[in-house]
Design a protein around this ligand. Sequence first.
Ligand code: NI
Length: 162
Amino acid sequence: MKDVRYHISEKHGEKHGRAGGAPKKSDELQRFGVSMEGYLLERFDQVIEKKGYTNRSEAIRDLIRDSLVEQDWDENREIVGTVTIVYDHEVRELSDTLTDLQHQFQKLFRSTLHIHLDEHHCLEVLVVQGKGGEVKKIADRLIGTKGVKHGKFTMTTTGKDL
Ligand code: NI
């Protein structure tokens, strides 16, 4: 097993302090060494090249941010996300149910994109914002509505803490 070492740099933003005693942000560029097996690094390089990253540091920063967003999930914390659903609009009462949900929880819905895919199928992307617990619950209800063929909830961040 051959270890490969390299360094990445991290630039922190300092503007948005986080409430609740989290460590203070430093915008100093920090370097740290990472060791990993050669084949892992090779595969990583292939993936990031495909994704269009110009260097490893940026790819690793994105991975770290992604992981932080995931770890930060809290039912009382404000989050933003998207719910993507594909459904057959001819299924009885389905469209009404989806619309009712959106009216009932209208404060959580920031925007909606609707595309008529073919004669039967619709794709909807709903942008949701609110407390993690409420957003997750409404996303689950939308995706779990009978007749929804596929649904995906993607959580992102308000950007304040990254
Ligand atoms: Ni449609």
